[in-house]
Structures are given as C-alpha cells and as structure tokens.
Design a protein around this ligand. Structure first.
Ligand code: ADP
Length: 328
C-alpha cells in the first residue's frame, strides 16, 4: 500500500490555504487510499523567533483542527514530531549528505532569511537546515507520496536528491518519495496581497482567512479582497491575480473550475459574495467538529499518544538501518 506523509507547522492559526491546499485532501483522499501519517511538525516552529507557550498551544490547536477537518485516527496516524526522537536522529545523518550550497538555494530560505534580516534580526541556523529535517520527516517513514501545496515542492525535490545520494553512497536505505499536488487551490493567495501566498505565519490579518474565523469575519475579509480596476471577471493569474485567487477559492470550495466560473459572473461584487458564502459553508462543519473536540481534550491527548507510538514503531527500523549503513 502506498505510504503518505505530510505535516503542518504550529507557527500560527491554520488558514483556508492550509485547508484547501492540503488538509481537505488528506481527509477526503489520502487517509482512505493510503497508509497515511500526518504530523504536527513542532520542531520546524523553532526556526524563527518563537514563544514556547504559544508553540505548545498552537500544536494542540493544529492537532484538534486536523481531527476536525476529518482525519480519523482509525484510518491514519496523527502525531507530534517532537514526540518521536527519530526525526532529529535522522536529520543529523542527512546533514552529513546535504551540502551548504543546496540549502542556500532553497527559495523559502532566501525569502524567510531576507525577511528576518530586513527586520534587523539574526537568522537561526535551523532555518537554513530546516529542509533537511523535513527530508528526515519523510524518509524516516519510507513515504512514497508527500501531498503538499506548491510552496513545498522544492523541499520534496531536495528530499528525493538526499535519498538518492544516501542510497548510492551507503546502500539502499530510503524510499525515494514524490510530491503530489491538489488539482485546484495548490496555492491560495493572500486576499490583500494576491502575489503572496496565504501563509499562517505572516500575521497580515485582513488578507488571511483562518479556519476558526466566525462567518461574519470571513465575509468581511472576502468582500474586502483586493482585485483590480477592471470590471470583467476573467481568469488570468498573471494579469488579474486577485480575481484569479477568488475564482480558485470558489472553485475549490464548490468543486467547479475557475475558468468556467469566470463566465458566470458579471461583476466582482457578485463573485466576492458567492465566494464568501462558499467559504463559510466549507468551514462550517470543521468549526462545529472543532467545538465538540475542544469539549473532550482527553480524546485529542489519546490520539496523539497512540499516534506517536505507532509512528515511532514505523520510523525506528529505517533510522536504525541508516545509522548502520553510514558507519555507526
Ligand atoms: P504555512 O505556510 O501556512 O506555515 P505549513 O508549512 O504548515 O504552512 O503547510 C502545511 C500544508 O499546507 C503544506 O502542505 C502547504 O503546502 C499547505 N499550504 C500552506 N499554505 C498554503 C496556501 N496558501 N495555499 C495552498 N496550500 C498551502
């Protein structure tokens, strides 16, 4: 059976981008068709300035939201990265096959390090090596597929390179994984800055729809989305990124196709109104289930405890084999 691994970082409140680009597919497709592991990658939350209590709180919230989005612990494994030592153990070995040059070429590193420096802050070494830890996350489980949004495709490519290099040099140890992308909404953009992705970590408020936003907050954000001075609703990502983003969100929420939908609307106002309602409807069941789960914190605890145990049992043989292969 195909094995699937994916993760979410507890660096902020989860967004509509996380849901449409990743979580929904994990729940609707991956957990049914594959042996799937979904991880709250809390070690990755330490690569930028962080507040310890907030990371802990957001990890728990992310776990609760993954379950609210439909992940079923009877069908898949949900766990927290730091509960399983194998990630850090393997990451060090992979640092010994990765190069400084390939780390510095990562687009996300350049963007995030640039932002830190612009703020006058220093760049943590872990921000540079973060893709290696991500490679360890994936390779430890022998995952065949990694369902991710567009922003993570480069990191999965790096993971493949490291797996191939390790296997060639030290003997066949790792499965070489591939990235899989959702058909629509691979990249949900910020409603206020449609050239940047809707990322939970960059707290730019009004352009981000959070999964726990009240319906009225969702409506307000979508109705105020930046478009352009044109009138005609056409689907053109380059020339009309704001409108294209709304069409993609609407398509992802209703199961339609962005080009076809563009023909249905005669004004931006009508498009925004329908998009807002579609988003509210998509979030409703997730929010209801989230409320139920919050009333039963022991359940989420139990899921994470069992998940870590299962994950550990899966990762240990591969990581032990990698230690032996590399000469330890
Ligand atoms: P973030 O960028 O929000 O910190 P994570 O790295 O935790 O996101 O990503 C969790 C999953 O959500 C990944 O598979 C990522 O590709 C996907 N994802 C995040 N933001 C978006 C977005 N705006 N559009 C589509 N997918 C996204």
């Amino acid at each position: 059976m195909t094995r699937v691994f994916s993760g979410v970082k507890p660096t902020g409140h989860l967004t509509l981008g996380n849901y449409l680009g990743a979580m929904r597919r994990w729940a609707d497709v991956d957990q049914h068709q594959a042996e799937a592991l979904f991880c709250i990658v809390d070690l990755h939350a330490l690569t930028v300035d962080h507040d310890p209590a907030r990371v802990r709180r957001l990890s728990r919230q992310a776990a609760t939201l993954l379950l609210a989005a439909g992940l079923d612990p009877d069908l898949c494994t949900v766990f927290v990265q730091s509960h399983v030592d194998e990630h850090a153990r393997l990451s060090y070995l992979l640092e010994c096959v990765a190069t400084d040059g390939e780390m510095r070429r990562m687009i996300q590193y350049k963007e995030k390090a640039g932002r830190e420096q612009a703020r006058g802050g220093s760049v943590r070494l872990s921000l540079l090596t973060y893709p290696v830890l991500m490679a360890a996350d994936i390779l430890a489980y022998g995952a065949d597929e990694v369902p991710v949004g567009d922003d993570q495709v480069q990191h999965v490519e790096l993971t493949r390179d490291l797996a191939v290099r390790f296997n060639q040099r030290y003997g066949l140890t790792f499965v070489v994984p591939r990235a899989t992308r959702p058909a629509v909404a691979a990249r949900v953009m910020n409603l206020q800055e449609p050239l940047s992705k809707m990322g939970k970590s960059d707290d730019t408020g009004p352009g981000i729809v959070y999964l726990l936003d009240e319906p009225d907050a969702v409506r307000k954000k979508v109705l105020r989305a930046v478009t352009d001075s044109g009138r005609e609703v056409v689907y053109d990502r380059e020339a009309r990124p704001g409108v294209a983003n709304l069409l993609e969100i609407l398509a992802a929420c209703t199961g339609g196709n962005p080009s076809d939908l563009s023909g249905v609307y005669e004004s931006y106002g009508a498009l925004k109104k329908d998009t807002a309602e579609a988003v509210v409807e998509v979030l409703r069941p997730v929010q209801e289930r989230h409320k139920e789960l919050c009333a039963d914190p022991g359940f989420v605890e139990g899921v994470l405890r069992d998940g870590a145990e299962r994950a550990r049992a899966m990762a240990r043989p591969t990581v032990d084999a990698a230690y032996r292969a590399i000469g330890l």
